[in-house]
Ligand binder design. Structure first.
Ligand SMILES: [Zn+2]
Length: 357
């Protein structure tokens, strides 16, 4: 009897070891939530910490707040948001900061300061709503170069309050090298939305995996990040700036950071312009363009194949879907489209970043 019992114990331990060996490696999971041309990107670390980069558009029967809430409830181990970045005070980014703070404990906010450069009565409603909870929230205003303390993840602010980093981001391959594409940089007339120029932008790094997310930073202000030297180095994923409009994402920047994959937070009628598709797709080594929404601004041929698009519909009341990115520390990652279950694996890039800072 004792021998049998011991044998069962031994088999049990062996099975546990085998299970541990077969366990998939821990991933950083990133949910790009369709907020119809706003931004809400949820990061969940292998340790279970959560970071929400922007909060989507407020109102509209809590459309975006409900979409974000459903995913947080589904995937957050602790039903809370540890870190929330409010990149700037346009309604499509700050829109649900107050509403979400009523639904979940929010440990820490990051923003560019308690002021806006667009104080016009018709523009400041979303700002005022956030200010109503900001006074009692735990808020940090980061300088460019500051990092969010999250175990295993490195989130470095690249831009804040109209300033950008002045030196290369440490540890990123290619960061600090001269950028020959600057010769062809042409400034563009920017639209009258100065709040975009003070946005918080960030480089996200998980081991060798790198993603750039500059939120709505504008074309002319990006230049200092990559000219005359490319301070950003190369990345795996480019989260298109300004929802993929022609007012951000110059070739001098996009081609210098050399993304393999782009993810665009466009809406049916917002962003997703022909110029963005052309600039991103002509970047050397570029592979796939994933979209949060089918773009009505361009033809079916210019849109990515349906498998790579989260939400196809634009009729009122339609369901919104997310794209999920699961990154591993070797730099490889997997993309998944919630709507159709389509997945694609991307192996680690050949240019590896140093293993540690
Ligand atoms: Zn925006």
């Amino acid at each position: 009897m004792r021998k049998t019992a011991m044998l069962i114990v031994v088999i049990g331990v062996g099975a546990q070891i085998a299970l541990a060996q077969n366990k998939p490696p821990a991933t950083l999971d990133i949910y790009f939530i369709d907020t119809e041309g706003g931004q809400a990107t949820l990061f969940v670390t292998p340790g279970g910490e959560t970071l929400l980069f922007d909060t989507g558009t407020g109102g509209d029967n809590n459309r975006d707040a409900d979409r974000i809430t459903a995913i947080v409830k589904d995937v957050a181990v602790e039903q809370q948001l540890d870190q929330v970045i409010v990149s700037h005070y346009h309604g499509d980014h700050v829109g649900n900061a107050a509403e979400l703070s009523r639904r979940f404990p929010i440990r820490h906010f990051w923003d560019h300061g308690g002021w806006t450069v667009e104080g016009q009565t018709n523009r400041r409603a979303a700002f005022d709503t956030y200010m109503s909870i900001r006074g009692t929230a735990n808020v940090t205003v980061p300088k460019p170069g500051a990092k969010i303390p999250i175990a295993g993840l490195e989130v470095t602010f690249i831009s804040s309050a109209g300033e950008v980093i002045t030196g290369p981001v440490a540890g990123l391959p290619g960061a600090g090298e001269p950028n020959p594409l600057c010769r062809d940089f042409m400034p563009r007339v920017q639209d009258a939305t100065p709040e975009n120029a003070v946005t918080l932008g960030a480089m996200i790094r998980y081991g060798n995996f790198r993603m750039l997310d500059l939120s709505d930073l504008v074309w002319n202000n990006e230049k200092a990040l990559v000219c005359p030297r490319n301070l950003l180095g190369t990345v795996d994923v480019y989260h298109t700036s300004r929802h993929g409009t022609d007012l951000a994402g110059s070739p001098a920047m996009v081609h210098a950071i050399h993304p393999r994959v782009a993810i665009m937070n466009n809406g049916a009628m917002k962003g997703g312009t022909k110029g963005t598709f052309e600039i991103v797709r002509s970047s050397p080594g570029f592979q796939d363009f994933w979209q949060l929404h089918y773009s009505e601004a361009v033809s079916k041929e210019i849109n990515s194949p349906e498998a790579f698009i989260a939400t196809m519909e634009s009729a009122p009341g339609h369901k919104g879907y997310y794209l999920k990115l699961s990154a591993r520390t070797d730099g490889s990652f997997t993309m998944t489209n919630e709507r159709n279950g389509f997945t694609k694996d991307y192996p680690a890039a050949r240019i590896a970043a140093p293993a540690s800072r």
